[in-house]
Design a protein around this ligand. Structure first.
Ligand code: FPP
Length: 257
């Protein structure tokens, strides 16, 4: 039986070629976890002589279309880096604007996420986030907690070094209490904010920057990277499919031969 989104896609895919491309991608191994560093919103706005926040607003729309396609492709987890622990250094007006986006995004999109079996999750430090921002995310998490499909995971007030340090501190405390013995990869991973999630298979960064910017430093150890010059607000279904096709043609060896 076709779901609403499948019908939506059949109706809205610009051509049968798009639909066929989606089916072809699904016949091969689709990355289970895709993580995206959404960069270039400011430059997108500047190119159009618009305020930077216009780029963030357009970026929010890109999150919506990429979530729809990821669900359509049966990706299990889509992590989007929406706000880093370093982003507080931006002008207050820009920070305030970004902090309003989850509410706006979920205000219109949550019913569709609920209907389409998407689960909303978050990684990052809840402390420090405005009440309305955290409230919108928590409500979405609550309303989608029984869903079993795509996990849309917001990295919000997230920084990988802080996450690793926090894990180390908890591990030290638990070691003192005698709760754990030798620390293995698996045990360490359980102390991270991503404890419930597999590591990203594919990590995408837009806007031509080639760096991790404190994102999933531990988790990305064996991720395949795909960088594009495309600015995040311009990131389309076409680009996601291209990234996945490139991924499908890579050979992942995890240090082996
Ligand atoms: C980086 O671009 C982008 C951000 C810091 C914010 C990302 C936020 C969104 C895409 C919207 C998120 C949507 C929801 C629903 C929470 P930049 O501003 O650093 O761009 P620049 O490098 O061109 O200046």
């Amino acid at each position: 039986m076709y779901s609403i989104w499948k019908r939506w896609y059949k109706k809205n895919a610009s051509s049968n070629a798009d639909y066929d491309r989606i089916q072809k991608i699904k016949q091969s191994e689709v990355p289970q976890h895709i993580a995206i560093i959404m960069d270039g919103n400011g430059r997108w706005a500047k190119k159009r002589a618009l305020p930077r926040v216009a780029g963030h607003h357009e970026g929010m729309k890109a999150v919506r279309r990429i979530t729809r396609l990821a669900n359509q492709l049966e990706v299990s987890i889509l992590t989007v880096y929406a706000f880093s622990t370093e982003n507080w250094k931006r002008p207050k007006s820009e920070v305030d604007y970004i902090m309003n986006l989850p509410q706006e995004f979920l205000g219109t999109f949550l019913p569709e996420l609920v209907a389409e079996n998407v689960q909303v999750k978050m990684i990052g430090e809840p402390e420090g986030l405005p009440v309305h921002t955290l409230g919108a995310i928590k409500r979405a998490m609550e309303e989608t907690k029984e869903n079993t499909g795509l996990i849309l995971n917001f990295a919000l007030n997230y920084g990988s070094r802080a996450e690793i340090l926090s894990a180390v501190n908890k591990l030290v405390a638990d070691s003192k209490d005698g709760v754990i013995g030798e620390i293995t990869d698996d045990i360490f991973s359980k102390y991270l904010m991503t404890s419930e999630l597999p590591d990203p298979d594919l990590l995408i960064r837009t806007s031509g920057e080639i760096r991790l910017s404190n994102f999933m430093l531990w988790q990305a150890a064996y991720s395949e990277f795909w960088f594009t010059d495309v600015l995040w607000p311009d990131f389309s279904e076409e680009h996601l499919m291209e990234a996945i096709e490139v991924y499908q043609n890579r050979s992942r060896r995890y240090g082996g031969v």
